[in-house]
Design a protein. Structure first.
Length: 81
């Protein structure tokens, strides 16, 4: 991890296309601006972790879902047209 000190209106660069700029400091909070191409997603950490957890949850099926799927797939009756 790179740890550096920046003042208001100073930036750091990540590659050629991403800029992170200190916009302000108020009441112990740092405001930063991120400039990145539209194809580069930028998330707050807590939102990113929520998305990761949601995606992990969708990878696993409940027992009821597995039972219902088995029932449909093992049905001896031909599909109706």
């Amino acid at each position: 991890m790179l740890v550096i000190t920046r003042r208001i209106n100073q930036s750091i660069r990540i590659g050629d296309k991403i800029e992170i700029k200190v916009v302000g400091v108020e009441k112990g909070k740092v405001k930063i601006g991120v400039s990145a191409p539209l194809d580069v997603p930028v998330y707050r950490e807590e939102l990113y972790q929520s998305l990761v957890q949601g995606n992990r949850g969708s990878l696993f099926a409940s027992q009821d879902m597995v039972f219902s799927l088995r029932k449909v797939l093992s049905s001896d009756t031909p599909p109706q047209e």
